[in-house]
Design a protein around this ligand. Sequence first.
Ligand SMILES: Nc1ncnc2c1ncn2[C@@H]1O[C@H](COP(=O)(O)OP(=O)(O)O)[C@@H](O)[C@H]1O
Ligand SMILES: [Mg+2]
Length: 313
Amino acid sequence: MTPAIQVTGLGKKYGQVHALRGISFEVAQGEFFGLLGPNGAGKSTTLNILAGLTRPSSGIARVMGYDVVGEFRLSRRNLGVVPQEVSTDRLMSIRKTLQVQAGLFGVRKASAWIEELLHRLYLWEHRDKLGHELSGGMKRRLLVAKALVHKPPVVILDEPTAGVDVELRREFWGFIREIHAAGTTILLTTHYLDEAEDGCERIGILGQGRILALEKTSDLLKRHSDRELRLRFDRPLPQIPVSLREFAAELLEGGHVLALRTKGKEDREAFWRRLADLGIAPVDVEVKRPDLEDVFLELTRGRGEQQGRELPV
Ligand SMILES: Nc1ncnc2c1ncn2[C@@H]1O[C@H](COP(=O)(O)OP(=O)(O)O)[C@@H](O)[C@H]1O
Ligand SMILES: [Mg+2]
């Protein structure tokens, strides 16, 4: 099947700034994909190229098989775009904005779907308000409705919940999950890593215009991060056993709790072997699973150092 999104060797320079240094990835039809990275990593540039708002300096980008430059109209028709920058026509009502957008895409008989969108995005009672009368949250939801007016098979969302309160964010995700369940491909950037961890089946991490990781979310979480363990003992340990000191161990609660950190699977196995060799067994073990934030910091931190070394070249 044609990938929903196909990016090959994509590069973008703004003057001397390398926003993208030749990135490649694919998003399958029906997938929920997250593109994450620190500020300035190149996320918006990637989405803007897909949307035909920015021209790539090198490489190819396709939406549903259509080249975003050479076959712009076809690629754009297959794409719903929720941009990072919030902008609305100050003097146009919500409803009118959506009607105009439907017209731009040549959608006939759009009113039933527009009505549904207004309800689903909690805009119905605000439908006659003008752009300048809308709150930040309403403007964001209007942008989502606008993106969906022509029922595109692929939707890209650039930080769609920035500045949206927690309650609305939950409603919003409920809605996005539904359109995804109905078959829509989603490409998302967000700086709320918990959202990406919950929603995205696969994640690409960008740093300084390069892809640092590209994996299923569950694999990314398994592979990369440290674990924090807390072992509780019936009888307190008088001190940290020498063979366990390298695991950044610390004794708490009068020796009843040993807190430590292991790095990766081998490290963890070594730890359990040494504990068995000592002949002591905990009565309780608590493991803090790594979250996306741990993985993200690990990857983007490492990258920063490497980039620094590359600078003189
Ligand atoms: N229109 C532009 N003109 C010049 N530089 C830009 C422009 N847009 C983005 N950049 C630069 O390109 C890099 C990537 O930016 P961007 O794609 O917006 O990152 P992100 O969305 O990940 O925060 C940054 O260094 C940014 O300053
Ligand atoms: Mg951005």
